[in-house]
Design a protein around this ligand. Sequence first.
Ligand SMILES: [Zn+2]
Length: 316
Amino acid sequence: MGFDALLGNEQLKENLSAARRKGRLSHFYLLSGPRGSGKHTLAGLIAAAMLCAEPDGPCGVCRSCRKVLGGSHPDYITVDAPDKKIIPVQLVRDIRADVYIKPNEGARKIYLFPRAQDLNTEGQNTLLKILEEPPSYGVFLLLTDNPEKLLPTVRSRCVELKLRALPEELLRTRLRAEFPEADGGMLESAIRRSGGYLGQARELLSGGGLSEQAKRFAAAFAARDVFALQQLLTPMEKWKRDALIPALLEWLELLEQALLVRSGLTAVTSQAAAIGAARDPRDLMRCCQSLKKAMEYAQANVSCAAVCGWLTWELR
Ligand SMILES: [Zn+2]
């Protein structure tokens, strides 16, 4: 099994396997990459490698591996408070006490921080104290989609593992196997919008391929509901460009699908069917142009507020 359960990222997996063979896996890792890039998968594999009964693990089949990968190993501990925006400092203080209690059944005691960027400065400084003098069996896996938010002192203690986008072909092969029912158009759209990250592509495909935002747009646009459209676009004026462009791309794809519906092809989504039935092709084509222009404006550094304001007018 080794680290192969993580897709792509070949160099990173090779380095980890080599370190594992030499018995030189680090005690502190920082796993960085966008949402859906495989940070959790990789953290599980590193933890399994450290607790595996086999010398060249993770084997994936021994009792330890199964427990780690199934989320029930007592020495693989998640540090998080999912209902809180910032991870409470007290939680890190508790770990500082807990880390000196020997592992339950493994050779290591591994702490997983699923969103290290949400530790505030005090939390990070508390963590730093642990990282400065950990017991020999202590391991810390920090996951983040924003490594810039970590103190340089914390970052420099860790070996950073950067997760990369996957090559399109690799992503396509995997998604075809996982979603045999998804049609070609839907699959390609998910690949394009995922940025190359399997988790995001999965999310798009399992959610019927459309974000909540796009579903709302489809309903407002098909009904020619100017007020709903305005309500949708006004909050988007405060969005960052990186979020706005993919959202507009999704709307554009929806209108392009609606155009295909008009030309007699079956709809990929019920939303595209509804738009195709409600608006005529000339109108659809005009709005496609407007969306393309809006994306160009956003790319050319026109403010999101101006782009969204203009679109509200254009898409009426
Ligand atoms: Zn194993």
